[in-house]
Design a protein around this ligand. Structure first.
Ligand SMILES: Cc1ncc(COP(=O)(O)O)c(C=O)c1O
Length: 401
């Protein structure tokens, strides 16, 4: 056999991976490290997690909670999740048959899509969207159908979908709609009338709602988060996805969950078991402690994030960005038209290399990159010092224009 034969490596690859790129958000973090930039790209806090929950994790390890948990999640955590859903959203769920604890809400989403989608099923996704949903749909064999959320006309307005466009995206072969409220990247929190409209379409076309509610507790200006599963007629056709990452500032712990009717849960549990067996056992115990924190914890969390938002937004405006004011989650989507760059990629490269601030190019949140060519997202889940340093660097931008 000749040693010179170079295998055609592409021959070994799945077609699926040809259809998406590595995460732009996570790449921007690597670039921030490379260029010594302040990282306002990826949504992870640079401040400590609450002491109580760190202690709970330490105690769990000391008590030898070091082996596989039950594949669909430790009983303590599932009971805490059920209690919280009842307390916050008035949703009754059976922790024995309706909850699957996963390695982050990321795994909960892909396990759900793998569990419900057949090749060619359509999944409606509102865009701009959290970038994982695109590859998630492709990996599960589904075809994403995008519907636009249009930016508000003024700084205080709301991102909104057009009712006719949304209706036109629903077909007899639509399997699911993915909703993310509070929304990354826009900061939109879906209103009751909007959710009722989506509910009516789901019922009419017999469609499942898969709702990513990871920013449930990060809301501003008196806005209320409404869990779609709490709407009449939705409990039986909703998979609610949530996790510890954002609410408890522990994105590296990798604990999330999917809550669904029992039959759907059975299917999700099967996929989850063979993908990962289970989420980290000691972190699940810490999760049970976290979900038992008093209501004041959540109030303070939201207040602190509101203060961070109000610290970053004026700095962005002063530097020349047009900001869309978020009602929830911890990002500011901005319009960069005033800077005169050809597109968001060129701009974010300039920002990370010359100004020393990493942000996420808007195109990574759209199916057609041209739709996000004048948008850039900043994360404000950072210490005051970090936000102030970013503000100081961004001042250079207003003088270089
Ligand atoms: C909308 C949304 N869903 C899910 C995730 C990931 O969550 P997890 O850490 O639970 O996998 C993120 C992280 O940025 C997000 O913004």
């Amino acid at each position: 056999m000749s040693n010179n034969v170079v295998p055609a490596v592409r021959h070994f690859l799945s077609d699926k991976v040809e259809h998406f790129t590595e995460s732009v958000i996570r790449d921007m973090t690597r670039q921030a490290l490379l260029h010594g930039a302040v990282n306002l790209a990826q949504g992870f806090p640079d401040f400590p997690a609450p002491d109580e929950i760190k202690r709970a994790a330490q105690q769990a390890i000391a008590a030898d909670v070091n082996q596989y948990a039950i594949t669909w999640g430790s009983k303590n955590l599932r009971q805490a999740i059920a209690r919280q859903m009842q307390q916050w959203q008035g949703i009754s769920v059976d922790p024995e048959t309706q909850i699957t604890v996963c390695c982050g809400s990321t795994e909960a989403m892909i396990s759900t899509l793998l569990a419900v989608c057949n090749r060619g099923d359509e999944v409606v996704v509102l865009e701009p969207f959290y970038e994982n949903y695109g590859p998630d749909a492709i990996l599960s064999g589904a075809k994403p159908v995008f519907v636009k959320l249009r930016p508000p006309q003024d700084a205080d307005g709301e991102w909104a979908f057009d009712e006719r466009e949304l209706r036109a995206a629903f077909h007899p072969h639509t399997k699911a709609v993915i909703l993310n409220t509070p929304n990354n990247p826009t900061g939109k929190v879906f209103s009751r009338p909007e959710l009722e409209l989506i509910r009516d379409l789901c019922v009419e076309f017999d469609v499942l709602a898969i709702t990513d509610e990871i920013y449930e507790h990060i809301i501003y200006d008196g806005t209320k988060h409404i869990s779609p599963a709490s709407l009449e007629g939705m409990a039986e056709r909703t998979v609610t996805i949530n996790g510890m990452s954002k609410t408890y500032s522990v994105t590296g712990w990798r604990v999330g969950w999917a809550v669904a009717p029992p039959e759907i849960t059975n299917a999700i549990r099967k996929v989850h078991d063979f993908l990962t067996v289970g989420a980290p056992a000691p972190m699940q115990e810490a999760g049970a402690a976290a979900l038992s924190l008093p209501p004041t914890y959540y109030q303070t969390l939201a207040e602190k994030y509101a203060a961070r938002r109000d610290r970053l937004m004026p700095a962005l405006t002063e530097a020349g960005f047009s900001c869309f004011r978020p009602r929830g989650a911890y990002y500011v989507m901005t319009d960069i038209s005033s800077f005169g760059f050809d597109n968001d990629l060129e701009f974010t490269q300039y920002l990370v290399k010359e100004i020393g601030v990493a942000a996420v190019p808007g195109s990574s949140f759209y199916n057609d990159p041209r739709d996000g060519a004048h948008q850039v997202r900043f994360a404000f889940c950072k210490r005051d010092e970090t936000l102030d340093e970013a503000a100081r660097r961004l001042k250079k931008l207003s003088t270089t224009r």
